[in-house]
Structure formats: C-alpha cells, structure tokens
Write a protein that binds this ligand. Structure first.
Ligand SMILES: O=C(O)c1ccccc1N[C@@H]1O[C@H](COP(=O)(O)O)[C@@H](O)[C@H]1O
Length: 490
C-alpha cells in the first residue's frame, strides 16, 4: 500500500538524518531562523478563495509530471500570478522533492512557504523550520491523536502553522478535537488514489466557521473552482494542473477568477429527467425541487429519486464533470418532515420560503437558504437576524403566493442586500433580463423557475439559454475589475 510504503521509507530516511544531524542541532538551527511569515494573514480576507500553489515534479498517482521544472522560477511565477502560499514537496523518492527547493524558494518569494511531506516525528518539524518553512503538513491518516497534538504543539512553539489534512468526517472530527486551525480536505484517497470531488461538500458542513478550510487535489477547471466558492473554503491547494500547464499565469488567473467572481445558478422546480439533463449539461450549480404541495411544481420526495435515477447526466456524468447540488424548497413545513425528506433524498441544502423564524432555521440539519422579500428599506434590517445562522439568504419578490410567480422585485433593495450578504436573487428572472440583474444587483447567485418555463412546464431551450447568458455576463463582469472590487462578497 502506497501510504505504508512511503511512511516506511520516511522512517528509514529519518533515522539516517538523525544520525547525520542530531535533534539538538536541528533544533538550534530552527530557533536561529527569522520569525515565520504570517500564514493566517495570507488567507485574509476570509470570504475569498486563496491559492496555495504547489511545486512538484512527480506524484505517485500520476508519475512524472514536470521532470524539468525549475522550482524557484516556478514559485516566482506562482507568486507574481497571485498565489498566497507556495507549497513545496520535500519528499525525495515518490515526489522527487528536496529540502533545497524549499530553502531556495523561501529565499526567492515573500509569501509563506509550506513544507509538504509525510511528517511523523518532531524532528521533521524542527527540520522544516530550519529549512525556512512557515507551515507544515500534518496528515491525520498517518498520525494518532496524541502524535497529532504533539506535532501541532511543536509547530506552534516555533510559531509555524500546520495544515491538518483529513480524508473523512471521522478524521475531520479528530482534527477539530486536536485544535487544528487550518484544515485541508483532500479529495484524493491516499490509499487507493481514487478522487471524490464531493468530499469537501460533505465534510465542510461539520467544520467550524472559525477554521481556515483548504480544498486539496483534483482542482483543474472553472467548474471545479465554482464549486469551491459554494463550499465556503478559504483556499485551494493546486499542484498538478499548475505544473503541467502551458501557461501558468493564465491558469492561475482562471482559477482565482472563477473561484471568486462567478455567479452560481440554481434551476428550480424541476420534475422531469430531460430538464435535469439539460440543466447539468448547461452547467447549473444547484437543482431545486419544490416540496410545497399547493404549487403546480410540487414533486413527491420518492419521485425526486426516480427522476434523478432516470437522468443520464446525473447518473453517468462525463469525465471531469461535477454534478450540481440538490436543494429542497419548503414553505412553513415542520422541521422533522424537512429533515426526514433531506435524509431520504440526500438533499444538500434546504430552502425555507415561508415565515420560518431564525430559531426554526436552526432546527434544520442541512445548510439553510432563507428566502426573504424586501418591500422597503427598513426590511433590510430583517436580514441581520438570519445572516449568521443561515448558509445564504435568497431575496425574492414579495407576493401572497410565497414564490415562483415570475414577477420581478425591487433590484435596488436587492443590490443593498447583496452588499451586506452573499445573496441569491430570485423572482421573474429570464434569459432576457438576467444580464441586467447581474450588473445591477451583483448577487452571489441566481435562482430561476418561471423564466425557464413555457406554459408552466420547464423548457430545455430556455434553461440552456438562461445559463449561457449568465456565463456570458460573467465574462463581461470579470473583464471590468473595478466592479469586482465593489462587490467583494460575491
Ligand atoms: O416555484 C414554486 O412553485 C415555489 C413555491 C413556493 C415557494 C417557492 C417557490 N419557488 C421559488 O421561487 C423562486 C423562483 O421564482 P420565479 O418563478 O423564477 O419567479 C425561486 O426561489 C424558487 O425556489
């Protein structure tokens, strides 16, 4: 097994290094170093996705990636292109890394540097500091609870930070209990090398809000990074797709732009497999199902499972394609029913579209999207009581029918809401007006139902046209950087 092999090799190498340079000497060298660079500052502001760019020549899962890579030149390009931290492999056998790369890179850049290795002994933590590292990687899968705590303590005593890497909810709980401040969720299983791009979504909701969350592995495309913006991570650790890129600055700009300046799209009121197929192929980020019985879009929970199973794009996604998240929409339903339906279908988010109070929202065991409507300026104050206890706010047009009416609301009030919170804008959106909505409101996301229907039935052409128009408008927004700065919450 790869992990056992590498840990065994690490022990052999370490025993030799301890003979060559005893612990007391490496400690002294570590303590002689100038103070480490501030890693937490590098991940500020928290509502952006920052980049940890990795220098690696090879990996056990992919073999030789970039054998001729110049570590220092590459790290400088990373920094100039917007990376917040540089990760450097120091493991020599499986990743072709080297301590010399780390020290040379540390001297060549001004951002913090991470020692990426298989750390199992305090000696390696002192070594990392002696070589200039500001941060170390601690992998939960190769450490027991006591080792994790001890190594975290050694890092803290040297004023270094640790990226504590987890691969499961169980490991995430262990990292939290050990007091990890920076938690990395690695989508790659280190035993089988299998990728699970949804791991970050599943683990994210049990991680406390005050931690810095890093998504690791398999981050290549626009769609990959748009998902990360949805899971509220503070950083993405990217290696392979950077070192194999023909144009590293362009690739970094693409990753940062799409992680921080895209608009999430939810297609709501779905009930037929063909429309789910269209929404997925067109790049929808969330699919919505209405569990409000009076609505003509109402769908029974069992039927949701059937239509998803009948959707080819959902059951057999293309290579590299990431599936949208599932949202259940409820109006004044009781919490037990909502939680049971969420478990039955595997819903990822719950949208509450009625009079639900902030206290009620807290009884829901999924992240909540709370729909609110704004009639006047004073209504903006209501947002505050929901902001900290919900995942997102959704601003819909005030109507007696709760939602899904096809009527547009006051976009000026929505614009003010979007300046305070990450909002989804809903109500009367269409392919024709959505560019103006984005330009005027600058919402984090958009939610549409009536506008992608013909005669009260979803219309594949309209779904595709709506999403294409959003992506087109985004490009215009991304090319006007001064607008981006205005809306840092997106
Ligand atoms: O769509 C419905 O039937 C519905 C019923 C009850 C509450 C919310 C509902 N839909 C939500 O309304 C907006 C879509 O509005 P529009 O049709 O595009 O004008 C969206 O948030 C839906 O989730």
């Amino acid at each position: 097994m790869f992990l056992d092999r590498i840990v065994n090799q690490t022990r052999i190498d370490l025993a030799q290094r301890k003979i060559d340079l005893p612990l007391e000497q490496i400690k002294r060298q570590a303590l002689e170093q100038p103070s480490p660079r501030d890693v937490l500052e590098a991940f500020d502001p928290r509502d952006r996705v920052h980049l940890i760019a990795e220098v690696k020549r090879a990996s056990p899962s992919k073999g030789l990636l970039a054998p001729d890579l110049d570590p220092v030149a590459t790290a400088k390009i990373y920094e100039q292109s917007g990376a917040s931290v540089i990760s450097v492999l120091t493991e020599p056998h499986f990743f072709l890394g080297s301590p010399e790369y780390l020290t040379a890179i540390k001297n060549a850049v001004s951002v913090p540097v991470l020692r990426k290795d298989f750390i199992i002994d305090e000696y390696q933590v002192y070594e990392a500091r002696a070589w200039g590292a500001d941060m170390i990687l601690l992998i939960c899968a190769i450490l027991d609870d006591q080792q994790l705590r001890d190594l975290l303590n050694v890092a803290t005593s040297l004023r270094m930070r640790a990226l504590v890497e987890v691969h499961s909810q169980d490991e995430a709980q262990r990292a939290i209990a050990a007091g990890a401040v920076i938690i990395g969720v690695n989508s790659r299983n280190l035993t089988t090398f299998e990728m699970n791009p949804y791991l970050i979504r599943d683990i994210r909701r049990i991680l406390p809000e005050d931690r810095v969350i890093v998504a690791e592995s398999g981050i290549h495309s626009e769609a990959d990074v748009r998902r990360l913006a949805r899971y509220d991570v503070q950083a993405m650790l990217v290696g392979e797709s950077l070192v194999v890129s023909k144009n590293i600055p362009d690739h970094i700009q693409m990753l940062l732009r799409h992680a921080n300046h895209t608009t999430q799209v939810k297609i709501c009121g779905l009930s037929e497999p063909e429309h789910i197929d269209t929404a997925i192929e067109a790049g929808a980020d969330m699919l919505g199902f209405i569990f409000h019985k009076p609505s003509h879009r109402y769908i029974q929970p069992e039927r949701v499972l059937e239509v998803l199973a009948a959707s080819q794009s959902y059951t057999q996604p293309r290579q590299g394609q990431v599936l949208p998240d599932l949202v259940g929409v409820f109006v004044n339903e009781d919490a037990d029913t909502i939680n049971a339906i969420a478990d039955q279908i595997g819903l990822h988010y719950i949208q509450l579209h009625g009079d639900e109070t902030p206290e009620f929202c807290q009884q829901i065991n999924r992240p909540v999207i709370k729909a609110l409507s704004l009639r006047q300026l004073e209504d903006l104050e209501r947002l505050a009581s929901y902001r900290d206890i919900t995942w997102r706010l959704l601003i819909d047009t005030p109507t007696p029918d709760w939602g899904g009416t096809g009527r547009t609301g006051d976009w000026e009030l929505a614009r003010l809401a979007a300046q305070q919170s990450k909002i989804l804008l809903a109500g009367g959106l269409t392919a024709e007006n959505v560019a103006t909505a984005i330009d005027q409101v600058q919402p984090w996301g958009l939610d549409v139902s009536s506008g992608v229907e013909t005669e009260r039935r979803k219309d594949s052409q309209k779904i595709a046209a709506f999403i294409a128009q959003v992506r087109q408008s985004e490009k215009g927004q991304q090319e006007a950087p001064e607008r981006q700065e205005e809306s840092s919450l997106r």
